[in-house]
Ligand binder design. Structure first.
Ligand SMILES: Nc1nc2c(ncn2[C@@H]2O[C@H](COP(=O)(O)OP(=O)(O)OP(=O)(O)O)[C@@H](O)[C@H]2O)c(=O)[nH]1
Ligand SMILES: [Zn+2]
Length: 305
């Protein structure tokens, strides 16, 4: 192999990195002085990065990062000012949600969707473990998120429902798959491409190691082209770099009605003649979505103090 080449980062742990070059995965370190300009992040090299590597006497070292097309980021912890980039150069995001076992908190889903809107990553919602959900709750959920403008797909990896649709959605694209712990991410990815070796919550009989939880995002190239990025059970999303005054831009349903507000700089909280509040009262905007908007505003205020 030539000793300077470009590759895609498929796994980033902080101490070592797996990169994919010409179908071969190589384990690398990063050059000590490699730091990104302008991004304050706990992780300089992330899954999805296109990097320049050099092999030095059998060792592979990442020496440079190509500019990112986009990235998805979260605050390292709730009140922290540090950020953690989950993945870079993604074409779309899939948000996996369950209505029970476990129930995905609405605010978790909404924060993730806001992040996608802010970073211009198209998002689709997968309603997972549909075999466990009752029809009425499913219809209620669809009304909220389809009303907001999102595509909602129902899947059951267990029964094979919706798997083909998801496979089509993924083909040829790099997709970030997100969802809180236990929504069935690994099980679905495995069903999409059985050749992949992905850990699930099942206990591994052969090794008796018990449940091993993943901690690092990993990119899996798909047999049919494209790749999925599996993110570890992410508990919450802090939002960064989003101005309070702009937050409503990332709720598509608020964006549609806000031109009707009396004040051009309406925050859609207390102002008279607010078209957003009117739409919430009329049931045209879901209360749960508006509630997430208020909670995110409120949290961001705490964060700045
Ligand atoms: N009933 C039902 N159970 C499912 C389905 N998909 C996954 N499960 C179960 O849900 C549990 C969690 O599934 P995983 O695929 O490990 O979930 P995950 O989202 O990867 O979880 P983390 O690794 O914690 O992020 C496992 O016990 C699966 O067998 C489904 O479609 N229906
Ligand atoms: Zn308003």
């Amino acid at each position: 192999m030539e000793n300077r080449f470009t590759a895609t980062v498929v796994r980033a742990t902080g101490s070592w990195y797996d990169v994919l070059h010409d179908g071969v995965t190589l384990r690398c370190r990063i050059r000590g002085k490699l730091r990104l300009k302008g991004v304050r992040s706990t992780n300089p090299v992330v899954v999805g990065d296109e990097v320049v590597c050099e092999s030095e006497g059998g060792d592979c070292v990442i020496v440079d990062i190509e500019p990112r097309r986009n990235y998805v980021i979260r605050r390292a912890s709730n009140l922290s000012k540090e950020s953690h980039i989950i993945a870079a150069n993604v074409d779309q995001a899939l948000l996996m949600v369950t209505l029970r076992s476990p129930e995905t908190p609405k605010e978790f889903a909404d924060r993730f969707l806001v992040t996608c809107e802010a970073y211009k990553v198209p998002a689709t919602i997968l309603l997972s473990k549909i075999d466990l959900q009752d029809a009425e709750t499913v219809a209620g959920f669809r009304a909220v998120y389809e009303g907001a403008g999102y595509r909602v797909l129902e899947v059951s990896a267990k029964e094979g429902r919706g798997v083909e649709e998801v496979r089509e959605l993924l083909a040829g694209r790099t997709t970030l798959v997100s969802g809180n712990s236990g929504v069935g991410k690994s099980t679905l990815i495995q069903a999409i491409d059985p050749s992949l070796d992905i850990r699930t919550g099942e206990i591994s009989d052969s090794h008796h190691k018990g449940r091993h939880t993943t901690t690092f995002s990993t990119m899996y190239p798909l047999a049919e082209g494209g790749a999925v990025i599996d993110t570890p059970g992410i508990k919450g999303f802090g939002l960064l770099d989003i101005d309070d005054a702009e937050l409503w831009h990332y709720f598509p349903e608020m964006m549609r009605v806000a031109p009707g507000c009396r004040f051009y700089n309406c925050t859609h909280t207390h102002e008279p003649g607010c078209a957003v509040v009117e739409a919430v009262e009329a049931g045209e905007i879901a209360w749960s979505r508006y509630e997430s908007y208020l909670k995110i505003l409120d949290d961001d205020e705490k964060y700045r103090k």
